[in-house]
Write a protein that binds this ligand. Structure first.
Ligand code: ME8
Length: 626
C-alpha cells in the first residue's frame, strides 16, 4: 500500500471573514499536500472551523441569529474562499458536527476515568479575544501576554486537565524526537516553557452555553482547547472507524501559526498521552504576515482580503506570493507592491517569457515541432538538480526554498537562451539548434511538474502550450528528464501571466495636451538632468502635512538620501520600502517642513491616481537613466 501523509491546518474561528493570514497557512498546507500526492502517497489533508465559544455566542447574539445560523454563513464563505484558491483538502471538519460532539464527549469520559480531569475552582484571568486563561504570574503588565489586551477576572467551577502530570513525558518526547517541534527556535521556546513547570488547565466552562456539554456534568461545556484540538483525531476517524484511524493517525504535520504552537506542542500531546494515543510527528509553527509592524489579525481589524487579491491578480499570483515571498517559518511584511513585483518579475517576466520565447522559437525555427535532440544537453543537470532540491526542501517543510529551487531552473533556462542565441544557430543552419530548443521545452515541462504543488493553473497552461496533455503529469517522477516526445506540436497561446500594468511607466500618465505645449529642447538640455534609479529603504508621514511623505532612498551612494515627496494621498508609507523609483538626483536641495529634501521622485498622474515611475525590472540603485 502507498505511504500515507496526513497534514492539518488549524481550524479557524468563523467569527469573521478570513484574511490572507489564514490563506497563508492553508495555501502552504495545500502545497505540501499536493507535493505528497505527486509522490504517489495517500494524502489526508484536513482543515475546518472551530465554531464554539463565547466570542461566537456574543457575535451571533449581536447579529440577532442563533450561533449555528451565524457560523453557517461564515463557514460557507470560508469554503468559497478555499474553492477560489483551489485548496485541495480531503476533509473539512466543523466542531459543531455530531461526529465531533460524540468524540469530545467520549474523550471527557475517558479522561475522567483515567483521573486526568477533576472538578475544582477556577480563579484567574481570561482574555476573550484569545479565548485564553492566564494565571496571575503569566500576565504582562496586567494584560494578556498573547495580544496585550485587557483581561477579566474569573472565579468559577471548572473541570481541570492534569497537564502538570505530563511535563516530564513531554520533555522526554521532545528530546527523543528532535523533529517534533519546528522550527528549532519554537522547539527551544517550548522546552523552556515546559521547564518552568506546567499547571493544570481549565477545560470546561459554565458561564456560557455555546459548546459541547460534558456528559458527566451537563452544567459544563467543553472549553475551547479540548473541543478544538481533538478535531484532528475526529477527522481521522477516532472512535468511528478504527481502520481509517490507524491509517491516518498520527498526523505527519500539524501546520499552525506560531502563536498556537504552545497549544499544539504541549496541551495537545498531553491530551494524547492521557488517551494513550500516538503523538503527531511534527508541529510546525510558521511566522506571521505583518501589516506594517503589526500582526494582521481579525481583532486588530488590519486585514487584507484574499478574495480581492485573487480578483485583481489571479489565484496563482496570490498563491505564489504567499509561498515565495516570506522565508517559511519567519515573519514577513505583506505589501501589495511586493505582490505585484513578484508577479511581474518571477511569473510574467521569467516564467511567462521563457514559455512564450520557447514556443515562438519552436514555431519559427522548427515548424512548430519539438525537435529531436542529439543527446547533448546543457540544462538537464540543472533540471535534475532543481527536482532534487525542490523535493528535499519540501520534505523538510521549507516551502519558500522549494519555490526558489524551481525558479533557479527558470532563470538558468532564460540565461541559456541568451547564451545559445538560437536565432543565430538558425541563421547558420547549426545542428545544435535542435539541442537548444529541446533543452528549453523540456526544462519548461519539468518546471510545470515541479510547480504543481504551488500553482494550480500555470502548470496546466504550460503543458497545453507545449502540446502535452496535463493528465500525463501526476507524479513527481514525471519530472524526470526526457519526458517530452520529439515531434510534439507546440500550441503557442496567450501569455500565462500578463504583466500587471499598475506600476508601469505609461505614456498615458502624461496628458497629451501638456506634452504638445512644452517647448522643444536640445539633447544637451536633457543631459543636464541627472536621473537615477533608487530603492526606497523607509517611508514615513511628515507631521502636519497630509500630502507629504519623507522617504529614505538608496541611490548607491555612501549615504541614503532623504527626499520629501507629495505622494502621501496615493501611497501608504508601509507599502513603499523595496519599491524602485526614478529620482532627479541633481536637483538643488530644498527645505520642506524643516526637512532637507535632496532630489525629486518622478510620478505620473492618471485618473486613478498618482503612479510612481519604476523600472520594468529591478536595476541596481544609482543606475543612470538616459
Ligand atoms: O487560532 N499571519 O483560529 P484563528 C500568518 N481556532 N498566519 C495567520 C495570521 C497572520 N497574520 N493570522 C492568522 C485559532 N493566521 C483557533 C485554532 S486549532 C485546533 C484552533 C493563521 O481563526 C495561523 O495559522 O484565530 C494561525 O495559527 C491561525 O490562522 C489562527 O486562526
Amino acid at each position: 500500500m502507498a505511504e500515507r501523509f496526513t497534514i492539518t491546518t488549524p481550524i479557524y474561528y468563523p467569527n469573521d471573514r478570513l484574511h490572507i493570514g489564514h490563506a497563508y497557512t492553508t495555501v502552504a498546507a495545500d502545497a505540501l499536500a499536493r507535493y505528497h500526492r505527486l509522490r504517489g502517497e495517500d494524502v489526508f489533508f484536513v482543515t475546518g472551523t472551530d465554531e464554539h465559544g463565547q466570542k461566537i455566542e456574543e457575535r451571533a447574539q449581536k447579529a440577532g441569529k442563533t450561533p449555528l445560523a451565524y457560523v453557517d454563513e461564515i463557514v460557507s464563505d470560508i469554503r468559497d474562499l478555499w474553492q477560489l484558491l483551489q485548496i485541495s483538502y480531503d476533509d473539512f471538519i466543523r466542531t459543531t458536527e455530531p461526529r465531533h460532539e460524540r468524540v469530545v464527549q467520549e474523550i471527557f469520559r475517558k479522561l475522567e476515568a483515567s483521573g486526568d480531569i477533576y472538578l475544582s475552582q477556577y480563579e484567574g484571568w481570561y482574555c476573550t479575544p484569545c479565548e485564553s486563561f492566564w494565571v496571575e504570574g503569566k500576565l504582562v503588565d496586567g494584560n494578556c501576554p498573547t495580544c496585550g489586551g485587557p483581561v477579566s477576572r474569573l472565579n468559577e467551577e471548572s473541570y481541570f486537565f492534569r497537564l502538570s502530570r505530563y511535563a516530564k513525558p513531554l520533555l522526554q518526547h521532545i528530546d527523543s524526537h528532535p523533529d517534533f517541534i519546528q522550527p528549532t527556535s519554537r522547539r527551544n521556546e517550548m522546552v523552556s516553557f515546559i521547564r518552568q513547570g506546567l499547571e493544570d488547565i481549565s477545560v470546561s466552562r459554565t458561564s456560557f452555553r455555546w459548546g459541547i456539554e460534558l456528559p458527566q456534568d451537563p452544567r459544563h461545556i467543553a472549553y475551547v482547547w479540548i473541543d478544538a484540538l481533538t478535531n484532528y483525531i475526529t477527522a481521522c476517524g477516532y472512535l468511528q472507524d478504527d481502520q481509517r484511524f490507524a491509517r491516518f493517525w498520527p498526523a505527519d504535520v500539524h501546520l499552525v501559526g506560531k502563536e498556537i504552537v504552545r497549544f499544539h506542542a504541549i496541551i495537545w500531546p498531553a491530551i494524547l498521552l492521557a488517551l494513550g494515543l500516538p503523538l503527531p510527528k511534527v508541529v510546525y509553527g510558521h511566522g506571521w504576515l505583518l501589516l506594517g509592524e503589526q500582526k494582521m489579525s481579525k481583532s486588530r481589524g488590519n486585514v487584507i482580503d484574499p478574495r480581492q487579491l485573487v480578483q485583481r491578480y489571479g489565484r496563482d499570483a496570490v498563491r505564489y506570493y504567499l509561498l515565495r515571498e516570506v522565508p517559511f517559518g519567519a515573519d514577513g511584511n505583506y505589501t501589495e507592491d511586493a505582490l505585484v513585483l513578484r508577479t511581474n518579475v518571477d511569473l510574467a517576466n521569467d516564467l511567462g517569457n521563457l514559455l512564450s520565447r520557447t514556443t515562438a522559437m519552436i514555431e519559427r525555427f522548427s515548424d512548430g515541432l519539438v525537435p529531436r535532440p542529439s543527446g547533448r544537453s546543457v540544462l538537464r543537470p540543472v533540471a535534475e538538480e532543481a527536482v532534487r532540491k525542490a523535493a528535499d526542501h519540501l520534505d523538510r517543510l521549507q516551502v519558500s526554498d522549494a519555490v526558489v529551487a524551481v525558479f533557479e531552473l527558470v532563470r538558468r533556462a532564460n540565461k541559456y537562451i541568451e547564451e545559445a542565441a538560437p536565432w543565430q544557430l538558425n541563421r547558420t543552419g547549426d545542428p545544435r539548434l535542435a539541442d537548444v530548443l529541446y533543452d528549453l521545452a523540456e526544462s519548461l515541462r519539468v518546471i510545470a511538474v515541479l510547480l504543481k504543488p504551488f500553482l494550480v493553473d500555470a502548470p496546466h497552461a504550460i503543458y497545453r502550450q507545449l502540446g502535452l496533455d496535463n493528465a500525463d503529469a501526476t507524479r513527481l517522477h514525471d519530472a524526470a528528464w526526457g519526458g517530452l516526445p520529439p515531434g510534439t506540436r507546440v500550441q503557442r497561446g496567450e501569455p500565462i501571466f500578463p504583466r500587471i500594468d499598475q506600476h508601469l511607466v505609461t505614456a498615458a500618465a502624461a496628458p497629451e495636451g501638456e506634452a504638445q505645449e512644452s517647448a522643444e529642447i536640445a539633447i544637451d538640455d536633457f543631459a543636464r538632468l541627472d536621473l537615477r534609479v533608487g530603492t526606497v529603504l523607509a517611508a514615513q508621514k511628515v507631521k502636519g502635512a497630509d500630502r507629504l511623505l519623507q522617504l529614505t532612498v538608496d541611490l548607491g551612494e555612501a549615504e541614503p538620501r532623504t527626499i520629501v515627496s507629495g505622494i502621501a494621498e496615493h501611497y501608504l508609507p508601509e507599502a513603499l520600502p523595496g519599491t524602485q523609483v526614478v529620482i532627479v538626483a541633481n536637483l538643488h536641495p530644498a527645505k520642506i517642513r524643516g526637512i532637507v529634501s535632496r532630489g525629486m521622485i518622478l510620478a505620473g498622474e492618471a485618473e486613478s491616481g498618482l503612479q510612481i515611475i519604476s523600472p520594468r525590472e529591478a536595476l541596481p540603485p544609482g543606475t543612470k537613466i538616459r
